[in-house]
Design a protein. Structure first.
Length: 445
């Protein structure tokens, strides 16, 4: 009697992981990126007409950057060289470039694909530059990082950047159906899986085709096997979807995108959005102390005098995060984010300092007025240091009619309080002070 193959054996009988077996071989099989590959789009026309220029594919993982480069390589009349930025060095690059130059003289173009091109250092990227300039090679680089930051400006200026987008849930569901039906995928097996489960996998994959296919394969491998089919139960699927790996690079662009989203949501008094972006950062592994430091900055930059208690709350959140660490400090940070989101807003302190900074950097560095200089020695007193100084605490109104700014800036107003929250008190108080000074201007020194 022939021994029945297990589901694991059947999958292993295929060539490699499901995602590799289903890698599209032509444009008809490629899913997503309609904004680049739809009818009439520039990239599609370039591919169809075999008029490929050097280009950079920028987008998140699992959206088809490498696959698209391989499809282009299969359609162009050029030799194809595949580089990995992780394993290739300058020596290997120069050898390939020399061969490409020889081929160019015989009329043969060379298409060089560099995966993770952002991992190449400046010297390695520079090694490509003269050959891209001369047309010895057509360079296609793939990167998950912003090319503006990671690719040399000279090289980037000679490449067309195409931005690939995360796949939609509809795209991923289509891909999962194809995996279940294709002979290269799971088509030779009978798989029982509900449409809602496929949608759940697509949602979990967060735009990443590789994650979607890997999750489906894991779910099938752990499905309940009967004589008729393998059934992917809800319980099995829940285990496969137990932890989402969030796209996040603590040193990359997404790091700054997310902290910007948190900051601007709080500024817009939107606690729901602010909490969501906080969770995105913390659950992806961000250092909670970094987040706490940003909240401290926000408390003064965007709330300031409207609620001075905000700074105390933010500093307390930093201390709590230091004491507790993750995951316990997540609620401390959530508490603070809600407080800062709901607090009245004023950027008067921020604006005041920025105005002062401009004058400090770009106006004449005038000496400190004599009246407010300290005079610890007899010589300084002879030079009139501190002459005419009035001790504000010794006056009836606790204000002295002195000029404390240099002459060229004596009428400058930096702090312009709002009437938001508690800053209304500062607004009224400063108004009183200025009126007092106008009334006592004849006593100016």
């Amino acid at each position: 009697m022939m021994e029945q193959l297990s589901m694991f054996d059947q999958i292993q009988a295929g060539a490699g992981p499901l995602a590799s077996r289903l890698r599209p071989k032509n444009m008809n099989e490629f899913v997503g990126q309609k904004h680049l590959l739809g009818e009439g789009r520039v990239l599609k026309q370039m591919i169809d007409q075999d008029r490929i220029c050097s280009m950079i594919f920028w987008g998140p993982p699992g959206v088809g950057k490498t696959t698209l480069a391989r499809i282009i390589a299969g359609r162009t009349k050029a030799s194809f060289v595949d580089f990995s930025a992780v394993t290739s060095g300058i020596r290997e690059i120069k050898e390939v470039m020399a061969q490409a130059e020889r081929d160019r003289r015989t009329g043969l173009n060379t298409l060089v694909f560099v995966d993770e091109i952002h991992r190449f250092n400046k010297a390695q990227q520079d090694a490509f530059l003269p050959y891209v300039e001369k047309g010895s090679i057509i360079l296609i680089g793939a990167t998950t990082e912003n090319p503006s930051f990671e690719i040399n400006a000279a090289l980037l200026s000679r490449c067309k950047v195409f931005v690939l987008q995360a796949l939609s849930s509809e795209d991923l569901v289509e891909l999962l159906h194809h995996a279940l039906e294709s002979p290269d995928g799971l088509g030779d097996q009978k798989i029982g899986i509900e449409e809602d489960s496929l949608k759940a996998i697509a949602q979990f994959a967060n735009g990443d085709a590789r994650t979607a296919l890997n999750t489906l394969e894991m779910a099938v491998l752990n499905g309940e096997i009967s004589a008729k089919e393998t059934t992917v139960t809800k319980a099995v699927l829940e285990q496969c979807l137990s932890r989402k790996s969030l796209l996040y690079d603590k040193n990359g662009e997404e790091h700054y995108n997310l902290i910007s989203a948190l900051h601007k949501s709080m500024r817009n008094s939107d606690p729901d959005a602010a909490l969501y972006w906080l969770a995105r950062m913390l659950e992806a592994g961000e250092d909670p102390l970094y987040v706490a430091r940003r909240l401290i900055r926000f408390a003064s930059e965007d709330i300031g005098m409207a609620d001075s208690q905000a700074l105390t709350v933010a500093v307390s959140a930093y201390q709590a995060s230091h004491f507790n660490g993750m995951p316990e400090c997540n609620v401390n940070l959530a508490h603070t984010v809600i407080y800062l989101s709901m607090a009245p807003k004023s950027n008067s302190a921020y604006r005041a300092y920025e105005m002062c900074k401009e004058d400090a950097l770009h106006t004449l560095a005038e000496p400190v007025p004599l009246v407010i200089r300290n005079a610890p020695t007899g010589l300084m007193k002879e030079l009139h240091y501190g002459e005419g100084y009035q001790y504000a605490h010794g006056t009836e109104d606790k204000i002295a009619a002195m000029q404390c700014l240099p002459d060229s800036l004596k009428d400058r107003e930096y702090y312009k309080p709002t009437e938001e929250g508690q800053e209304d008190r500062a607004y009224k108080r400063l108004k009183e002070i200025k009126e007092w000074r106008r009334d006592h201007k004849k006593f100016d020194f």
